[in-house]
Design a protein around this ligand. Sequence first.
Ligand code: CA
Length: 165
Amino acid sequence: MTRTIRTAAVICGLCLLVPLAGCRYNDKFEPNDTYETATPLISGIEVAATVGQDNPDVFSIEAPAGTTAVFRLRPLAHEDCPQFTVMGPGEKTLYQDKQAFCGAPPWLAQTKADGVVVSGTKGSVYELRVPAAEAGRYFLKVQERKQADNVFSFSLDYSVTARIE
Ligand SMILES: [Ca+2]
């Protein structure tokens, strides 16, 4: 048995033994960890997904100029600690959370473009309102935050919608 196979076997074994072992995020949208492999959303259609600490999820929606792209994320199960990044056309970062560790909002933004509004608290719906200054594809990247003492990779089951207003 090669070292890789042995490692995979150990991880799978841990997954069976320890539900928190971070093997819960192989949802139907994988691979969608990068902007290049983002899952396109249809305005107003809710989809369910799972994000893990080592497995971000990226979604996109097409927005005409002068509209607002509204992303909503509803936590469904497990560790409710999402971290958000929004990117617009031309790979322009429009919003980026500063906190990498799990903690209650208020949101601390590392980057926040004019007009971007982020709201929501743990256990409720998170909403990111992003003015679409130019037409094109807008991306939401969801990452599971770390916790100071977590040994295994945490994950979050959630649903997400994007809407153009
Ligand atoms: Ca993913």
